[in-house]
Design a protein around this ligand. Structure first.
Ligand SMILES: Cc1cc2nc3c(=O)[nH]c(=O)nc-3n(C[C@H](O)[C@H](O)[C@H](O)COP(=O)(O)OP(=O)(O)OC[C@H]3O[C@@H](n4cnc5c(N)ncnc54)[C@H](O)[C@@H]3O)c2cc1C
Length: 149
C-alpha cells in the first residue's frame, strides 16, 4: 500500500501489533473490544447469524488468509450538521432569528433535510426529508415573493 501511494503512511509493525492485539480478544469470552462485542451481539439474532455476520475469527490465522489490502477513497455521506432552519426552511442566525431572504433545504439544512426524522433517523429516510424540505422552502419563498409570509 505504501508503494501504491508513494508515501510511507503505514508502519508494518504498528499494524501487525494492532491486529495481534485484536486477534487476542477473540479468545477472550468477556472481551470489551467494540467490534468483537458487536459481532457477537449481532450473531445473537438468528437472521444475522445465518446470512449476514460471519463468526468472529482471527485475522492472522493462516486458514483465514490471504490478507488483502484495500485502498479506500472516502466520500462524505452525511453532513450531520448544516444551517439551522425553522419549519418554513428559513435560515436562522446564531441567536435563532430568521435571516430574511435566506432559505436552506436538503442536507445543507442538516441531517436528512433539516433533521426532519430526528437525530436518530434511520438509514434510507434521508431523501424524503430532503425533497420535503425543498418543497417547504419553495412554498415559503413563493409566499414571501407574494408578500404573504
Ligand atoms: C452512498 C449514499 C447512499 C445513500 N442512500 C440513501 C438511501 O438509500 N435512502 C435515502 O433516503 N437517502 C440516501 N442517501 C442520502 C441522500 O442521497 C441524501 O440525503 C440526499 O441525496 C441529499 O440531497 P440534497 O439535494 O440535499 O444534496 P445533494 O444530492 O448532495 O445535492 C447537492 C447538489 O449541489 C451541487 N453543488 C455543490 N456545490 C455546488 C456549487 N458550489 N454550485 C453548484 N452546485 C453545487 C452538487 O453537485 C449536488 O448536485 C444516500 C447518500 C449516499 C451518499
Amino acid at each position: 500500500m505504501n508503494r501504491l501511494t508513494g508515501e510511507s503512511l503505514l508502519d508494518f509493525y504498528d499494524i501487525e501489533q494492532q491486529i495481534k492485539a485484536r486477534d487476542r480478544e477473540i479468545d477472550h469470552p468477556f472481551s470489551k473490544d467494540l467490534q468483537i462485542t458487536a459481532i457477537r451481539g449481532a450473531r445473537n439474532y438468528a437472521g444475522d447469524k445465518l446470512i449476514r455476520v460471519a463468526p468472529p475469527h482471527k485475522v492472522l490465522d493462516p486458514k483465514n488468509g490471504p490478507l488483502i489490502a484495500v485502498r479506500l477513497h472516502i466520500v462524505s455521506r452525511k453532513t450531520l450538521g448544516g444551517l439551522q432552519t425553522d419549519l418554513s426552511a428559513r435560515v436562522l442566525n446564531d441567536s435563532g432569528e430568521v435571516i430574511k431572504g435566506l432559505y436552506a433545504a436538503g442536507e445543507a439544512s442538516g441531517f436528512g433535510g433539516g433533521g426532519l426524522h430526528g437525530y436518530r433517523a434511520l438509514e434510507g429516510t434521508f431523501l424524503g426529508g430532503c425533497l420535503f424540505s425543498g418543497r417547504t422552502a419553495g412554498r415559503a419563498m413563493a409566499l414571501e415573493a407574494e408578500g404573504k409570509e
